[in-house]
Design a protein around this ligand. Sequence first.
Ligand SMILES: NC(=O)C1=CN([C@@H]2O[C@H](COP(=O)(O)OP(=O)(O)OC[C@H]3O[C@@H](n4cnc5c(N)ncnc54)[C@H](OP(=O)(O)O)[C@@H]3O)[C@@H](O)[C@H]2O)C=CC1
Ligand SMILES: O=C1O[C@H](COP(=O)(O)O)[C@@H](O)[C@H](O)[C@H]1O
Length: 596
Amino acid sequence: MAAFSSAHRRSHATTPYSPSSRPRLSPSDGGHHRRVALSSIPSRLALRAQSSSRLRGSRCANAVRLHEGAGAATIIPVENKLPLKKSEGSLSLTLPKVENINIGENESTVSITVVGASGDLAKRKIFPALFALFCEDCLPKHFTIYGYARSKMTDAELRNMISKSLTCRTHKRENCEEKMDQFLKRCFYHSGHYDCLENFAELDKKLKLHEGRRISNRLFYLSIPPNIFVDAVRCSSSLAASRNGWTRVIVEKPFGRDSESSAALTKALKQYLEENQIFRIDHYLGKELVENLSVLRFSNLIFEPLWSRNYIRNVQLIFSEDFGTEGRGGYFDSYGIIRDIMQNHLLQILALFAMETPVSLDAEDIRNEKVKVLRCMKPLHLDDVVIGQYTSHNDRSTTYPAYTDDKTVPNGSLTPTFAAAAIFINNARWEGVPFLMKAGKALQDRRAEIRVQFRHVPGNLYSQKLGTDLDQATNELVIRVQPDEAIYLMINNKVPGLEMKLDHSNLNLHYAARYSKEIPDAYERLLLDAIEGERRLFIRSDELDAAWAIFTPVLKEIDEKNIVPESYPYGSRGPAGAHRLAARHNVKWGDLSTGQ
Ligand SMILES: NC(=O)C1=CN([C@@H]2O[C@H](COP(=O)(O)OP(=O)(O)OC[C@H]3O[C@@H](n4cnc5c(N)ncnc54)[C@H](OP(=O)(O)O)[C@@H]3O)[C@@H](O)[C@H]2O)C=CC1
Ligand SMILES: O=C1O[C@H](COP(=O)(O)O)[C@@H](O)[C@H](O)[C@H]1O
């Protein structure tokens, strides 16, 4: 591992998730209160029955479910946790008066508020994803989108800002301008502070104007830095929550920076929201091939029987980007690559890969299995991890900057931009199988993939023909999440001809060749799921706890011991330490073998 240094001690201020005092609904806002007994909250079974939308063939053409009551005309605001009155203890919820009893389902509306609308994520991902859903007829008939941020902007200015990043799908080019106009007309802006109740009350009034007497369902997307999550949740759930439909909040990562801060964040959020109102997003779970992982495993006879220590030698989860932090150094420096990519994106993929077969496709059944397998993973320590940081590199006429050349990065930062880790799962299926992860910025290429290397064929009749390195000749299944999505299986094959010559070839399912339809962006799938109340691809709080428990010990050691990352040049294959780590577990990184 890297050398120790006491020269540079990073100071990470712990995020101040201190819960402020709970606001109360003012009598003027919503009028009388209604007590709803907990028995009116649908049972788990009922929720399970409702959450099968994913299995319906077509999800869209305005087919979005807007509220979770069983009958079309019933209003059951199960997700509306408003601050409890002290005297009410934990047995009942306080809800404002429901005015619109007996309005049919077609009279529902969804208001989506993008909190932090002036920011990078909102512009690049959220508004374009909403537009794509609109174009695919996936948004409900009645919907309104509000941008909310401190920046001063008019509705027209917001529309102008987001129009720059809207694109139409290649197969839906005609009517694109018209669609954009229609979409932008449904977008509005409200300027306000994230901790100001009054500003959220103003937003509430505006939302009500659009919603009229329909059942109002409200989705808040928190696209803001984590230190203001709790303020925004406190204000939005107190003064801008729906009174007669559901209120849901999408929270972007980072969900804390270790077990303690994550638990504190969860606790603070749960003062204002029920767990089932919180949609913790990990956009990798919305990627097409990650979504396909369960289909591959559980709907094909040929994979699942091999899915264990009996046949699998090792599994590799690889993330690389061919660019550095450029512009996001401020955020990145206080988190580093382990928190930015490994603890969430790669670990989520690993959990889906390694979990046992869930009882059903219901969100809770799947998340139960993910939690179980995460809890079987051995917490990581320094010996299991290698960290690196990129240095500058000159390539003929171009100079690529070092991480610390980034103006937004503090001088002498020790933050890792690369990490590799060996994870073991202590259960009957996986004991002894190394799951190797690596993630890095400023590497030679951009890719995210899962590589499954199988064991050797015992007593192989053709071993003489396979060369001296049998490892090169074992079967390998590759699930390429991006770019250029594909699933391929490396097999040994006879080269056509009179002689007996073997080669290693691909059985290749290349998405671009097989499917003509454009693959939706991960944010489209996840936004649609949140609107539909489908929680399968969102992180439950116990999953989050289990994920942090794996990484917190090593993160603490790295920080406390000021571990110096191994350097690697911008655009390279990463530090040599990653190869040594793999070799210790008898593994070769599949992505670095030739031609793969
Ligand atoms: N950008 C990305 O690709 C990704 C981002 N994320 C996460 O999504 C969230 C949003 O990301 P991103 O859009 O990049 O963030 P930004 O830094 O662009 O912040 C979003 C908005 O929040 C407001 N804001 C920024 N800093 C502060 C502050 N210190 N105090 C109060 N308000 C502030 C600003 O709006 P205004 O000044 O107008 O109020 C800004 O436009 C973050 O949690 C991030 O970690 C997650 C994955 C990828
Ligand atoms: O969450 C994050 O993801 C992006 C990579 O996402 P992708 O969908 O473009 O692969 C990464 O660049 C960023 O650092 C991280 O915060």
